[in-house]
Design a protein around this ligand. Structure first.
Ligand code: BJW
Length: 237
């Protein structure tokens, strides 16, 4: 990794997507066997879908929690390598994940932003309190903070909603020396635009690590292609 960096303590921003968790047993979205091959985005991943059919949306996320709780779903070598990078790199390392699973924190990453929310949290539409998920949600559940009924939703970011902690992310991108994108197709904004911010505002080196070239591949200075459990540890070491 130090081969491509002029400053050996440069701040690093890492963006991850569903590809990093695929070898842990979680589906990506846009691969042929991905989540959007089974579900229609407009029926489960927009605020309008939740208003039109809350039970369908809740059951979509309840099912994904069951899969995440499968004992076979654990952090893989790529998650572990990024946690090690954060511990050992002399400069700042900010990990921004689009994933709503908890595999990065289980691997030990601490400086972590879940820009699309977290599967194991719920949010109350009435009081905005964010609580840990306890049980599968239905329309009659009561908020543990305000006691009102009918306002609980998954703490995730749907299309048309503002991703989380954007100010902190943009500030880190504008000051980084290296931007690394791992396991994301580059289809969804604003995350797909981060590489250009790092390149133009910070003159950072940019690298894509993915199974195959993503839609934004030409925007990166460097690329490594292959399964994340092999490419990421090899890059970090
Ligand atoms: C492997 C691998 C292995 C496989 N190893 N790799 C321009 C500017 C701003 C916004 C827009 C814009 N144009 C359009 C928009 C609006 C919209 C958008 O982007 N639409 C596009 C479809 C065009 N964006 C939004 O609405 C966002 N909000 C927003 O923009 O607010 C306004 C705003 C404006 C400006 C600044 C700031 C804000 C919200 C987007 C919310 C996305 N939500 C979801 C669902 C989250 C909850 C859930 O999980 O259910 O997020 S959709 C889904 O896609 C999920 C993911 O996080 C996201 C990205 O998917 P990801 O991770 O890239 O997965 P895949 O499947 O696409 O790719 C996997 C990759 O891994 C592939 O490349 C494989 O090859 C690879 N791979 N195996 C390594 N073993």
């Amino acid at each position: 990794m130090t081969d491509i960096l002029r400053d050996e303590a440069a701040p690093i921003v890492i963006l991850t997507g569903a590809g990093i968790s695929r070898e842990s047993g979680l589906h990506t979205f846009r691969d042929p066997d991905g989540i959007w091959a089974k579900y229609d985005i407009s029926e489960v991943a927009t605020p309008e879908a939740f208003i039109a059919n809350p039970d369908l949306v809740q059951s979509f996320y309840n099912d994904r929690r069951k899969i995440l709780h499968d004992t076979a779903v654990i952090p893989n070598a790529a998650h572990l390598a990024l946690a090690r990078l954060e511990r050992e790199w002399p400069g700042d390392v900010l990990l921004v994940t689009q994933n709503i699973d908890d595999l990065h924190s289980r691997a030990g990453s601490k400086n972590l932003i879940h820009m699309h929310g977290e599967l194991l949290k719920i949010r109350c539409h009435h009081c905005e309190a964010i609580s840990p998920w306890q049980n599968d949600l239905g329309a009659t559940d009561t908020c543990p903070s305000c006691d009102k009924t009918g306002g609980l939703r998954p703490h995730v970011v749907w299309f048309g909603e503002m991703p989380l902690e954007m100010e902190r992310i943009y500030q880190a991108l504008e000051n980084c020396g290296l931007f690394i994108s791992i396991g994301t197709s580059g289809n969804v904004y604003p995350a797909a635009g981060f590489v250009e911010i790092a390149h133009h505002h910070a003159q950072a080196e940019t690298i894509e690590i993915n199974l195959e070239p993503s839609d934004g591949a030409s925007l990166f200075d460097h690329a490594i292609y292959g399964p994340a459990t092999q490419t990421v540890p090899a890059f970090v070491d």
